[in-house]
Design a protein around this ligand. Structure first.
Ligand code: ADP
Ligand code: MG
Length: 834
């Protein structure tokens, strides 16, 4: 054994003999670190082991003798993992506790004498007493699912009061507990010493608070708390912006763990606003991955963890695995019992990963089964047939002010076939901003109208609804058009009451054929004579319920949803698995691609010069900011603050409009319309202009704080320009010069294709950004599966598809358990998915 380890062993033994009074070394065990670290490095001891020793000995004096015994014991085990020859514990330290460990543990420890086993197996959660209710215990062996429905009061230590508190966390039954996954973990087996941290690491760091400072910034308008923590290898600065109350929560000398991303500031590594918590001293010594649960009042982490421990230890292995063995094997998944155990009390990162994969698989699998079933159910009802002749269609297309692109034609052809299929259409048209989705929807509507029925189009904002309205009038009621202008109407929030009344009446009698509007269209008093075609534009802005509501205003109407969000196909099939998909992946001809530049903040003047030039040519510009005002976050240039400077100092001779999220909807519309009508040269705005607004005359999009936007948002914003035939420019200025190399910004400069960017974003950080929460819809109810895990999704989708083909209703006897689990999954409030 290496001399430095031998030395440790000697002192640990001495310390045991001294009854853990921290007297083995004068001045305390931590004193030996002064020289031991150097010796250990000289012995070639691994950095992890050194850090484990350092962190434990450093906190050693602060803990009770019992805790110390456990700490040294745990530490020695940890060393044994890397250095089996040291794996044998110092004889006396082996059973330092007064209490006799349970028989099981003794056994595993004696086995360990000969062959050291990985720490994980020795660190099994301690067995708590089993639940006290006899009925439940009896049920365990026969019918686990029923037993899992037992109320939490069957647990020792959970009375009505605690049960009530747990209910606030959504926990009512034992089964709920099994599926109440940790919010995160503290991995005390893999702590990273401060000196080996790297820029961009996402890590947990353990350290002692060395100093806490609060300093005013921005002339006292805001404040910054800086906490320095140290772990013996170095120190790390963590900072919190505008959270002054935190300052007295950090205590010098206290051990805390912080989790977050390592950032860089003036060349030093820092963490900005990391999650943090005081370290529970006993965890420090367990050497394992500790679950951290979300809490509520009256429930402590420690208490909940103990309860979880007893539930998991006792119940998880007994859970019946509904997934057929064949599927489990084909998809290479661990059993449900193993997964539930490991997700709460992981023995290692690897087993945790397998557990997450299994649980994530289940979610996607059940989701996909449901989506497939829904699709089948929708197809099982009849849809009215609408068909038109080629001549009729030729006349329509001939009346359009432009020729459709090949992609528009293909998508429209899909729609035309759906309308004549005898089944209700459920189609998603996906196409980049400006690809021309509106005209495709309008043509669809025209077929239905020619068949004597009605159509409704719902858009997320009144500006957009109005834009569609004008487009529909142009496309369908212009020269050579098939409709009267009065048959197409606009219904938005601020439509006058008398006009609303007229529209309601017209829709009910059938004299109005197409209504275009906002949420106003789904109000209960809007009734249709014969609604057969429903279009939802920018569908991610709507909830599932709103779509269902509009649909319910007709009898099995044909549904068309449109999105500018380019989603890679594998994801679309899951997230929109119940819809058929058409893609418009070609831009109309004559469109000049937008040229994109990334500028350094110092080069801002160049951007202004370019804007002046464009405005001189009669064009307009957008300047977009990430946030409304400066108090919200550090360093983001803010629209409201900069608006003054821009209009008074930078562009005193031009007219500027201001648009931001705190304005009332009416005010926003007014500003937007004024901009469209060229009353402003420049629109200074937050991201509220994001959605599909068409101002072809604007040719410059300047985005400040560009590094703070996701790729999807940047791309959407850029789509606001380049809608006319004049060459447009998009200028990206990041907050800090460092960020000019930002991969996302560079990608923007390289490609104009939303699909390429979506793929890239997926690679860089998962599709969350492109999907957005609402668009992801029911996918947001996934607790474990991340929609970022394309491989897992593929796997689960394939298995679900295959099973669905064999046994769509899960009616075969070998699928009985699965059918039950499926009902449970979908029973939990996941109704109409689209
Ligand atoms: P989006 O797909 O973003 O909803 P729109 O339907 O608003 O796009 O179309 C953007 C602009 O392109 C509109 O001004 C529309 O009139 C025009 N447009 C659509 N299709 C074509 C085409 N095939 N050729 C030329 N211009 C087109
Ligand atoms: Mg659109």
């Amino acid at each position: 054994m290496q001399p430095s380890l031998e030395k440790l062993r000697k002192f640990f033994r001495l310390e045991h003999e001294n009854k853990y009074q921290n007297t083995a070394i004068i001045g305390g065990l931590a004193k030996m670190l002064d020289y031991w670290e150097g010796e250990a490095r000289a012995d070639g001891i691994t950095e992890e082991v050194i850090q484990a020793v350092v962190s434990r000995l450093r906190s050693y004096e602060k803990i009770s003798p019992d805790g110390r015994a456990e700490s040294l014991k745990g530490l020695w085990k940890r060393i044994g993992e890397t250095y089996p020859e040291a794996g044998q514990k110092p004889k006396q330290a082996q059973q330092p506790q007064q209490q006799k460990p349970p028989a099981q543990e003794t056994k595993s420890e004696s086995r360990q004498e000969s062959a050291p086993r990985p720490a994980q197996q020795q660190q099994k959660p301690r067995q708590n007493p089993p639940p006290r209710s006899e009925a439940v215990v009896g049920a365990k062996h026969s019918q686990t699912p029923a037993a899992l429905g037992a109320a939490l009061t069957v647990l020792q230590g959970v009375g009505p009061r605690n049960a009530e508190a747990l209910e606030k966390l959504g926990l009512q039954t034992l089964g709920d507990m099994l599926y109440y996954f940790p919010r995160r973990y503290e991995d005390y087996s893999q702590l990273k010493p401060i000196q080996s941290l790297m820029y961009n690491d996402v890590v947990t760091v353990l350290g002692t608070v060395q100093s806490v400072h609060t300093r005013p910034i921005r002339g006292g308008k805001s404040s910054m708390i800086e906490v320095i923590i140290g772990d013996g290898t170095g120190s790390l600065r963590i900072s919190y912006f505008n959270q002054p109350w935190l300052s007295n929560r950090f205590k010098e000398g206290e051990a805390i763990s912080v989790s977050g991303k390592i950032d860089q500031y003036l060349g030093r590594l820092v963490m900005n606003s990391p999650d943090w918590e005081p370290v529970e001293v006993e965890n420090l010594h367990t050497n394992r991955i500790v679950p951290i649960y979300s809490l509520t009042e009256r429930i402590t982490q420690k208490w909940l963890r103990n309860q979880m421990n007893s539930v998991i230890t006792y119940w998880a292995p007994a859970v019946v695995d509904a997934l057929p063995e064949t599927i489990r094997r084909a998809a290479q998944l661990v059993s449900l019992g193993e997964a539930l155990t490991q997700v709460h009390f992981p023995d290692s990162q690897a087993r945790l990963q397998l557990a997450r994969e299994r649980l994530g698989f289940d979610e996607i699998f059940y989701l996909q089964m449901g989506v497939l079933r829904q699709k089948r159910d929708w197809k099982s009802v009849d849809g009215r047939r609408f068909s038109v002749s080629d001549e009729w269609l030729g006349a329509r297309l001939g009346a359009l002010p432009f020729t459709l692109t090949s992609a528009q034609l293909t998508s429209f052809d899909d729609i035309r076939k759906d309308l004549d299929s005898g089944k209700p259409m459920n189609r998603l048209v996906q196409g980049d901003v400006g690809s021309g989705k509106t005209v495709v929807a309008a043509l669809g509507a025209s077929i239905v109208v020619s068949g004597g029925a009605q159509a409704a189009i719902m858009a997320p904002t009144s500006i957009l609804a109005e834009q569609h309205y004008r487009n529909f009038i142009n496309l369908l009621a212009g020269d050579g058009g098939m409709m009267q202008q009065s048959e197409i109407r606009l219904l938005v929030g601020n439509t006058t009451e008398s006009e609303k009344e007229a529209i309601r009446q017209g829709l009910q009698e059938g004299s109005i054929k197409i209504v275009i509007g906002t949420h106003a269209v789904i109000e209960p008093d809007v009734l249709f004579k014969d609604l057969q075609f429903v279009v939802i534009d920018e569908q991610h802005r709507f909830g599932v319920e709103q779509r269902a509501e509009l649909r319910s205003k007709g009898t099995n109407p044909h549904l068309l949803v449109m999105t500018a969000t380019p989603i890679p196909r594998s994801l679309a099939l899951t997230v929109f698995g119940d819809l058929d998909i058409s893609v418009i992946d070609v831009m109309p001809e004559g469109r000049q691609p937008v040229t994109t530049f990334v500028l350094r903040p110092q080069e801002r003047e160049r951007a202004y010069t370019l804007i002046r030039g464009q405005i001189k040519n009669g064009n307009q510009a957008f300047i977009v900011y990430p946030l409304i005002d400066e108090s919200e976050k550090i360093d983001a240039r803010a629209a409201v603050d900069d608006f003054e400077t821009l209009s008074k100092q930078v562009f005193p001779d031009l007219t500027l409009g201001l648009l931001h999220g705190r304005m009332k909807p009416g005010e926003k519309d007014e500003v937007m319309l004024k901009f469209r009508d060229k009353e402003f040269d420049i629109l200074v705005s937050t991201t509220v202009i994001e959605v599909g607004v068409d101002v072809p005359n604007s040719t410059v999009m300047l985005i400040e704080g560009a590094d703070r936007f996701g790729l999807a948002q940047l791309h959407q914003l850029r789509g606001r320009v380049g809608r006319g035939s004049v060459q447009s420019t998009c200028l990206l200025i990041p907050t800090h010069e460092d960020a000019t190399e930002n991969e996302r910004l560079q990608a923007m400069a390289v490609t104009n294709s939303g699909f390429e960017l979506a793929d890239l974003d997926l690679k860089l950080r998962g599709p969350g950004e492109f999907l957005g929460t609402r668009q992801a819809g029911y996918a947001t109810t996934l607790k474990m599966a991340s929609i970022t895990d394309v491989k897992l999704i593929e796997k689960a989708r394939e298995q679900a598809q295959a099973l669905f083909e064999r046994d769509p209703d899960l009616s075969q006897p070998e699928h009985a358990l699965l059918a039950e689990a499926f009902e449970r999954f979908w029973g939990a409030g996941k109704g109409d998915v689209s």
